[in-house]
Design a protein around this ligand. Structure first.
Ligand SMILES: [Cu+2]
Length: 278
């Protein structure tokens, strides 16, 4: 029994210590409706899986203790049993119920998150995001500006990121705003995200892409809509344009800091498995 006590402490201490880590895990602190729906799904899946694990462990210990070898029934031969309709029905139906309970919300949320919400008060702002080794280019088609390694968005408005890659594929992820989506050359995927409040959210590359991968982070800065418009106008009137030469330099592998330009480069033309940059 003393050994069991030690085992219990060894198991409980890390579990109790780890539960305090929640503050540092960004996924547990959603800052927008996409991340919130995804967190709800994570918690629901976790609860169901926890019930399954709990049932298995309770049965495991119950059977292990109740039917263990005892001196009084030494040489016991169990009777031959084949089939038990009642038990088999139970352990077929329960997993089916669990799978249905997981599948319905997962599929519904996945489809819902493909599109910005219909009841959003404003149309989504479109931003083209291109992953390049090892930096992120953000191009605003409507505002006609471009930023590198940071992106400014209006708070409370859905933002549609049209994704693209030059070079290897990558994965775009802003944990506090929503799940990740792939950036692939020749295949345009999109992700919509929304920040509820003004703030600064860390984004990262979630797909290993070589030497500069660790530095391939960016910031999503959410501003009040008025401040966002002011910022865009200020960029338009004070920053220098993005020249072709500068753009070509950006496309070369390497890391860089933040850049801001008063013109934008349209996303590259798409061809299957190849990208043409003019
Ligand atoms: Cu292909």
């Amino acid at each position: 029994m003393r050994r069991f006590g030690k085992l219990l402490i060894a198991t409980l201490v890390p579990v109790l210590a780890l539960t305090g880590c929640g503050q540092n895990i960004q996924v547990f602190h959603p800052q927008g409706p996409v991340a919130k729906q995804e967190l709800d799904l994570i918690l629901w899946s976790f609860a169901l899986m926890f019930l399954v694990v709990l049932a298995v462990f309770i049965l495991f210990f119950y059977v292990m203790i109740k039917y263990r070898a005892k001196p009084e029934n030494e040489g016991y031969e169990p009777p031959e049993i084949s089939g038990n309709r009642k038990l088999e029905t139970i352990w077929t139906i329960i997993p089916i119920i669990v799978v249905i309970a997981l599948a319905i919300p997962t599929v519904a949320t996945t489809y819902r998150l493909q599109k910005p919400p219909k009841n959003a008060s404003k149309d989504p702002l479109v931003i083209n995001v291109t992953s390049v080794d090892w930096k992120w280019l953000f191009s605003y088609p409507k505002q006609g500006i471009e930023t590198v390694n940071y992106v400014v968005i209006p708070a409370g408005q859905p933002v549609k990121f049209e994704q693209n890659a030059i070079g290897p594929m990558n994965s775009f992820w802003v944990p506090e705003l929503g799940g990740m989506e792939m950036d692939m050359p020749g295949r345009r995927l999109g992700l919509w995200l929304q920040a509820n409040k003004p703030g600064d959210y860390l984004g990262r590359s979630a797909n290993f892409s070589g030497k500069g991968f660790a530095h391939m982070t960016f910031h999503v800065i959410s501003k009040n809509p008025n401040q966002f418009n002011q910022w865009a106008q200020q960029v338009k009137s004070t920053k220098s344009p993005l020249t072709k030469a500068e753009y070509k330099t950006l496309l070369k592998p390497g890391t860089t800091g933040r850049h801001t330009y008063s013109t934008n480069q349209p996303p590259p033309k798409m061809e299957h498995h190849s990208i043409t940059v003019q």
